[in-house]
Design a binder for this molecule. Structure first.
Ligand code: SIN
Length: 288
């Protein structure tokens, strides 16, 4: 019976699990929600099928992970200001899509989001999958000497490459989303390069190709090369999983310890998603 207890079916040995036995359109008890949260701690991204819920139900479920995250630059829905509508119409000409590069959401914020909750309203007949990478495993599989080296480093993050005024032209390619770039995106945020999971105590690399712009104490070139090396390691195929969407599928991921990538391989087809986020804490490093 739905919402009695859940079944957790890992999709790879590294990251991701399908969750069965949940119907989000009905009441979900605190006990079952605790099991869902535990599955998220263990698998970092969890997937649900056939969840026909309203925008308000999605926002309320996301709030069970924490208060709504602050959403900069992107216009939210008039029906519910906690929801971003991600739409690419069949006749859009550009190859640019929202989220179409490896990243973790808004890592340039002082308190980047904890959970991202994404639901598919309409999916293309083919393509449009989302990829996920495990940043805890990325840290744990670094060579020993490199792991010691990164442990107390500080990474620099900014939204400059996506949301500064010079990138408005890029965002305007999203014909069905409104993104308002501002100079605020140029602010640089310092975060520990290795952050500690508040529940499991495990350590994860906090770096991504879009918003990581440097390493404190390194020159720009040195920092860029160092970040590139870490991302190459973290985004190796064996450290990822891939989710094939169906209508009313949901993915919930721990944005603090994963990266994700929305594939743009469905030209001529429509894809329509609803995205909500729960607030996170300021990243806590090892020495804290
Ligand atoms: C995102 O980056 O949040 C979008 C992911 C997706 O559309 O699959």
């Amino acid at each position: 019976m739905a919402n009695d207890s859940i079944r957790v079916l890992p999709v790879t040995g590294t990251i991701g699990a399908d969750i069965e036995g949940v119907d989000f359109s009905q009441d979900v008890s605190d006990e079952v929600f605790t099991q869902i949260r535990a599955a998220l701690v263990e698998h970092l991204v969890i997937f649900f099928r056939d969840q026909d819920i309203s925008l308000d139900q999605q926002a309320a479920l996301t709030r069970r992970f924490g208060p709504p995250a602050n959403i900069p630059f992107i216009e939210t829905m008039s029906e519910n200001s906690e929801v971003i509508e991600i739409v690419k119409e069949a006749d859009e000409k550009t190859r640019f899509v929202f989220g179409g590069a490896w990243h973790s959401d808004f890592s340039f914020q002082k308190e980047p989001p904890y959970v991202t909750f994404l639901r598919a309203k309409e999916v293309p007949a083919f393509g449009g999958d989302t990829l996920y990478a495990n940043m805890i495993n990325a840290y744990e599989t670094l060579p020993d000497a490199l792991r010691d080296k990164v442990d107390n480093m500080v990474g620099l993050h900014s939204g400059d490459r996506a949301y500064s005024p010079k990138m408005q032209g890029l965002q305007d390619l999203l014909e069905n989303m409104q993104v308002n770039n501002t100079e605020e995106a140029q602010v640089v945020q310092r975060h520990p390069l290795v952050r500690v999971h508040p529940e499991s105590g495990r350590r994860g690399l906090f770096v991504n190709p879009v918003y990581s712009v440097g390493i404190e104490g390194m020159s720009a070139e040195e920092g860029e090369a160092f970040i590139e090396g870490l991302n190459k390691h973290a985004l190796h195929e064996a450290n990822t999983c891939r989710f094939r969407w169906r209508q009313n599928s949901i993915a919930i991921w721990d944005n603090r310890f994963t990266q994700h990538y929305a594939l743009n391989d469905y030209a001529g087809k429509r894809r329509h998603m609803y995205r909500t986020t729960a607030a996170g804490e300021a990243p806590v490093g090892i020495g804290a």
